[in-house]
Design a protein around this ligand. Sequence first.
Ligand SMILES: [Zn+2]
Length: 257
Amino acid sequence: MLTGAGTSTASGIPVYRDADGRWMRPAPVMYQDFVRSPAVQRRYWRRSMAGWPRVARARPGAAHRALARLEAQQRVTRIVTQNVDGLHERAGSATALALHGRIDAVVCLDCAARFARPDIQCVLEACNPRCRSDGATSAPDGDADIDDGADVAFAIPECTHCGGMLKPDVVFFGESVPKPRVADARDALERADAMLVVGSSLAAYSGFRFCEWAAALQKPLAAVNIGRTRADPLFALKVSEPCGPLLDALAQQLDNA
Ligand SMILES: [Zn+2]
């Protein structure tokens, strides 16, 4: 099972791409730019401060709940998600593997200390009392679209242990998924009978490669997704429906089976 942004749209987490896989938003922050440039960090954290409340309010939707049920029925052995919102875990999934990390955690790049994102929000708001956190639209990673005029004066948080650079514990664009995490997900694929993709255009190679591996391993591959995906030629079955009601009906049918 590989899930993407389409799984969380009903929870109010917006998607990055339209049904044809086209980019709908300003380009996201690149990892190399973030670590090299204090200006990019200020811009990131200012937008993140504005976008966080919406992400923090998001609740699991029908798709998350149905997948947790399918997992409890042992129809799904592992949920690998490209989402960073933590909603599979909050819906009760025990096997969720967050391929791209979690937006509700922050890590120090110097001493590896970890922080809860709500605590960092308190620091951001205390240090930047003049920045409003409402009125902005938010992106899937908790980033928000706001104009960049006031970045210069924005105070960014630093590690309370070593004064080092903080970064959300998510895989940025231009950054690799940690190798043990990829190996863990690949291992789950090798042990699975089949793979289902839910709510992803598979535009990112970090997700698409699992479809390539499934095809190479001759595992049946299916998808529930509205719109084109990068792996369309590989699917034995593709259903273009909203994933929540469909998976809910499936879990219910299997409950009665
Ligand atoms: Zn530190």
